[in-house]
Design a protein around this ligand. Structure first.
Ligand SMILES: [Zn+2]
Length: 379
């Protein structure tokens, strides 16, 4: 079957979307996952009790998990971001960061993720007296511990850190230097996050110019709550390697009289240059960046063959997993194994990892993994 056509043939039945359990067996790659958005509810409760944090709305893990989802369903990015006050509050000690990072790697590995770039903002973990360096080192210790435990459980995973600066703050140059300092000790790249409106990426131009001079990699949250100008600045002024979300690129895609899509210059550039889009379907629906999964622009962008990747953003707030996101897309768009492989190879090609290591994961893990699943489904 030609690449780019909908998955079809005998291996795929539109009436039977792939289930979470099936998708969990598939090797997957996750580029956009926030460490402070992926805690287990019971870990939030236990860490709050251990540290004396009294701000949680409930100390029952099941109720707390539901509360996070409901608070995030408000349709506003600003309200959604408020939920992070609780998770970051319990991540202020070395022990807490090690535990959260280790569980993150373990949970993703159990979900079939074989490569993850986990992001968080070190500047948000200094209230317990840690230095920026101690935060990065604690997260690294946790990720390595999680990798080790996952390997022992038969679910090998490779991890990297994306060090994030908050876009409303003024520490991005300092954080960019921190990221580069740890480039050979677990940090794969840099990112800016936080409320997009009023905080355009060019506010942090010094940091991005420094990163480019250092031949370092970075992604920018852009085109989520705010539209095309944010995407344009992130790409053409700041020079980012990838777009965090980038969902609003559809604002630059029109239709002609015959229903065919017409790409504007920016959309054309994004597609021609194979700029990776880190799309997060459930999160986009929760923050109002997309009306529903079925109406999420990912369907059109995949058909137009943009470099689309599928991500979780915040597993706790969205009550999801990467397998869960793919299952929702399979149901909405009829995606089968070929589509999942296409998204996964897209993500691996876009990872902040050396070319030879990306190739090794694509040819040694991802393609054989999907071949096995397709063979099993065929029988
Ligand atoms: Zn994000």
């Amino acid at each position: 079957m030609a690449e780019g056509t909908p998955a079809g043939g005998m291996l795929w039945n539109m009436n039977q979307p792939l289930t979470v359990e099936q998708i969990r067996q598939a090797p997957k790659v996750l580029l956009h996952d926030h460490l402070d958005g992926g805690l287990r509810p019971e870990t939030v409760v236990e860490l709050a009790q251990a540290s004396g944090y009294t701000g949680l709305p409930t100390y029952d893990p099941v109720e707390l998990g539901n509360w996070f989802r409901e608070a995030s369903d408000s349709g506003s990015l600003e309200r959604y971001l408020e939920t992070f006050a609780h998770t970051t509050a319990v991540m202020q000690t070395r022990e807490a960061l090690v535990r959260v990072a280790a569980e993150c790697a373990e949970d993703l590995a159990a979900d079939g993720v074989v490569y993850v770039e986990s992001r968080y903002a070190p500047e948000q973990h200094l209230e317990g007296g840690l230095s920026l360096e101690e935060v990065v080192e604690a997260v690294q210790e946790g990720l390595e511990l999680g990798e080790k435990r996952a390997a022992e459980q038969g679910n090998p995973i490779r991890t990297g850190q994306l060090v994030t600066a908050m876009r409303h703050a003024a520490r991005s140059s300092e954080i960019a230097e921190l990221a580069v300092r740890y480039r050979d000790a677990g940090v794969s790249g840099f990112d800016i996050a936080g409320a997009e409106a009023g905080n355009p990426p060019t506010r942090h131009l010094d940091a991005f110019e420094y990163l480019r001079r250092e031949n370092f990699h970075f992604t920018i949250h852009a085109g989520e709550a705010f539209g095309l100008p944010s995407i344009w600045e992130a790409l053409q002024w700041c020079g980012c390697d990838r777009l965090g979300h980038g969902v609003r690129i559809v604002d630059d895609i029109d239709h002609d009289g015959n229903g065919a899509q017409v790409l504007g210059r920016l959309a054309q550039y994004v597609r021609d240059k194979r700029v990776p889009l880190e799309m997060c379907p459930s999160s986009n629906v929760q923050t109002g960046a997309a009306p529903s999964i079925a109406e999420h622009p990912i369907g059109m962008l995949r058909d137009l063959r943009f470099r689309v990747t599928v991500n979780t953003d915040n597993r706790l707030q969205s009550g999801t997993s990467l397998s869960g996101e793919f299952a929702k897309l399979s149901e909405a768009f009829g995606y089968g194994w070929d589509d999942l492989q296409w998204f996964t190879v897209n993500a691996m090609k876009s990872a902040f990892l050396s070319f030879d290591e990306r190739l090794a994961l694509i040819n040694g893990t991802i393609k054989p993994g999907y071949a096995r699943l397709k063979w099993a489904t065929e029988r």
